[in-house]
Design a protein around this ligand. Structure first.
Ligand code: FE
Ligand code: FE
Ligand code: ZN
Length: 277
């Protein structure tokens, strides 16, 4: 089964996101657990979450992705910001147990001048506090573009974090094509080598999901500006090779391109065509 979806808004509720995904041709999706730039959470609605689970099962969906808000920084310099990140992540994870087996994707954090070593230590410590050995959710560290002091700009940095976490079986990675490219990995000319490098350091079995985005900038630009598929510097041919790469089959591919639903629908149709060829 080929799994494709886009980023949807939770404002209309869980079941409605599932229906929306179907409407635009997807068989999974991603949503923010809260307002991406704020911190407040919707009231808990177990019935709606159960309805989504049933709907996804009925319609043969692939694994669901939840994305943590950008406001969490588990390696902030200020203690209160770190505490907020840990508490909010713990709450998100508890709630996500109503969507068993889903992925919870987060941006590892920005070390804000403390240095990457210190940042890596703090992120791993936060994960060790938040992860429960009985949770069904897998936490995904997202590959980052390396904007500012972002941690996760290289596979080495992600590995460093993962090595320090005790419940390793609860961890995975989300491979964002725009971020990896902006981070300096040439997936246009050397996709096989990049994936081999990922496998050598982290293991392809830990590559759980893909964020499928084109990039407005050059390889290594460390900018993080997403573009519609085929209209950026990565381009259609290279993205097609990602989507059809044998090592990546079965993973959910999530579009985070600058689109509304109509644009997502046409990109999903285009990517499905690549898969069928
Ligand atoms: Fe992200
Ligand atoms: Fe992403
Ligand atoms: Zn991004």
């Amino acid at each position: 089964m080929f799994v494709i979806g886009s980023h949807l808004s939770i404002s209309k509720g869980y079941l409605n996101m599932g229906k929306e995904a179907t409407k635009i041709g997807g068989n999974t999706f991603q949503y923010f657990t809260r307002n991406p730039r704020g911190g407040s959470m919707r009231a808990l609605d177990v019935e709606d979450m159960n309805s989504l689970s049933a709907y996804m099962k009925e319609h043969n969906f692939g694994t669901l992705l939840a994305h943590a808000p950008y406001t969490y920084n588990p390696c902030a310099a200020k203690e209160d910001l770190r505490a907020f990140a840990k508490q909010a992540m713990t709450e998100d994870l508890e709630r996500m147990e109503y969507l068993p087996g889903a992925f919870y994707n987060f941006h590892p954090g920005s070390h804000v001048g403390q240095g990457s070593e210190a940042g890596i230590e703090l992120i791993a410590a936060a994960l060790n506090e938040c992860i429960s050995s009985t949770q069904s959710v897998t936490i995904l560290l997202e590959t980052m573009a390396g904007k500012g002091s972002e941690i996760g700009r290289s596979f080495e940095e992600l590995k460093e974090i993962m090595d320090r976490v005790s419940c390793k079986e609860k961890l995975g990675v989300c491979f964002d094509t725009c971020h990896v490219w902006d981070g300096g990995y040439d997936i246009v000319n050397h996709l096989d080598e990049v994936l081999l490098e990922f496998d050598r350091l982290i293991g392809l079995d830990k590559l759980c999901a893909v964020h499928l985005n084109d990039s407005m900038n050059d390889c290594g630009a460390h900018k993080d500006r997403h573009q519609k598929l085929g209209l950026g510097k990565i381009g259609e041919e290279a993205l097609r090779r990602v989507v059809t790469h044998p090592a990546l089959q079965g993973r959910p591919f999530i579009l985070e391109t600058p689109n509304e639903d109509v644009g997502y629908a046409s990109e999903i149709a285009m990517v499905r065509k690549w898969q069928e060829q």
